[in-house]
Design a protein around this ligand. Structure first.
Ligand code: HEM
Length: 393
């Protein structure tokens, strides 16, 4: 099998069309790579395909199966409603000011730490502050260190055989995860840990993508800085409402960056009854994987899909008006979509506003070009996004 890398589903979609069937061993699997069909799966047929089915080190842990990702039906909906209340925009406003650090994973982990656990991990504080900061239990610090290690070091090998390509992990890579999960009952439940897992690597990847893309598009940078500067002086902190309404260009930049670098190229479901999608009758127990990474690069909806053009999301632009509403769904689709969407959008906006008020960024000569990606728990930058920060004014 050729070495495909993260674009494996684009290659398969070109070969087999927007919906194609597979078997993984005896497990029937359907891959969907078209906006309209994804809508059908996500909304119309949701009742028939409620739970996830991507094999992963997370799914392998019996403890984690108690979390939101892998529970079903009424238990899932009770849990989800409880958790959702934490991630309302007004809740983030109450958390106060967040300072961006060059390590966005630490920043994102800190923010979730405060929101989900009410604990200040202090990861993104300068070292001098950390010395004075109440660190609490050493074991908690050790747990967080392991968490950061697991989120960055776990790899899915997408260049191996089909079964590996389709998401199975080399068992040895599961070990760091098991180490982390073993510690959880002492501190927090599986559900809260899930928030940390789902909310840190994803948000950090998106922040890094934006910094990377804006740094090599001076016209975008100029427009973005103008919008941020026009909001007011540096000590004028935007409210939740300001973030939603007063930064339309920043919105476009974030949407376009999540399209160019989609953090989770696959979204998964499993049929719990016979169901018909796109003319196929799928038996109960079929895995349905939505290849949302392929959608995001579909030239029908995004002409010149490889180009970074935030203006394509301008509400007045013809491209935006004609586009299928589910053409780019980086947070998934339907009742089972990401619970942290609004929360992470606010977190990303607030971080970027703070950041661009003080700095602009240029690519470091130490960074490879083009950037190399790899699969971890979600998509990740293989060698990181390396930039030089230049102080403004
Ligand atoms: C840029 C940031 C993020 C991206 C791109 C992202 C993406 C996703 C995607 C694609 C899914 C699967 C949706 C589906 O199956 O239809 C998902 C689910 C989920 N996300 Fe996020 N996510 C982000 C941030 C967050 C944050 C900050 C949190 C927590 C605070 C979070 C918590 C969750 C949870 C708990 C689920 C499972 C929901 C369920 O099964 O009902 N995510 N996310």
């Amino acid at each position: 099998m050729a070495k495909y890398g993260p674009d494996v589903f684009s290659v398969l979609a070109k070969q087999y069309g927007p919906i194609f069937r597979f078997h993984m061993g005896r497990q029937p699997l359907v891959i969907v790579a078209d906006a309209e069909l994804c809508r059908e799966v996500g909304i119309k047929k949701f009742k028939d395909i409620p739970n996830r089915s991507i094999p992963s080190p997370i799914a392998a842990s019996p403890l984690h199966q108690k979390g939101l990702f892998f529970t079903r039906d009424s238990r899932w909906s009770t849990m989800r409603n409880t958790i959702l209340s934490v991630y309302q925009p007004s809740y983030l406003a109450k958390l106060g000011d967040v300072t961006f650090s060059d390590l966005s994973l630490k920043l994102a982990t800190d923010v979730i730490g405060k929101a989900a656990f009410g604990v200040d991990f202090g990861l993104s504080k300068p070292i001098s502050d950390k010395m004075n900061h109440h660190q609490g239990d050493n074991e908690v610090q050790e747990f967080i260190k392991q968490h950061i290690y697991s989120t960055t070091q776990l790899k899915m090998d997408l260049s191996g055989s089909v079964s590996i390509i389709l998401g199975l992990l080399v068992p040895i890579l599961q070990e760091p995860f098991h180490q982390v999960l073993k510690r959880i009952p002492d501190y927090i439940s599986a559900v809260t840990y899930e928030q940390l897992l789902a909310g840190s690597a994803t948000t950090s990847f998106t922040l890094s993508s934006i910094i990377y893309l804006v740094a090599c598009h001076p016209e975008v940078e100029q427009k973005l800085l103008a919008e941020i500067d026009a909001f007011g002086p540096d000590d004028h902190i935007p409210t939740a409402n300001d973030l939603q309404k007063k930064f339309p260009y920043l919105d476009q930049v974030i949407k376009e960056a999540t399209r160019c670098y989609i953090v989770s190229p696959l979204v998964a479901r499993e049929t719990s009854a016979v169901v018909e999608i796109g003319g196929y009758k799928l038996p109960k127990g079929t895995w349905v994987w939505l290849a949302i990474g392929v959608l995001a690069k579909d030239p029908k909806n995004f002409p010149e899909p490889e180009k970074f053009k935030p203006e394509r999301y301008d509400p007045n632009c013809a491209e935006e008006k004609q586009r299928h509403p589910y053409a780019n769904i980086p947070f998934g689709i339907g009742p089972r979509a990401c619970i942290g969407q609004k929360f992470s959008m606010q977190e990303i906006k607030l971080s970027l506003i703070h950041l661009y008020r003080k700095y602009i960024f240029r690519h470091s000569p130490l960074m490879e070009s083009p950037l190399e990606l790899e699969y971890g728990i979600v998509l990740n930058y293989k060698h990181g996004v390396k930039v030089q920060a230049i102080k403004r004014k």
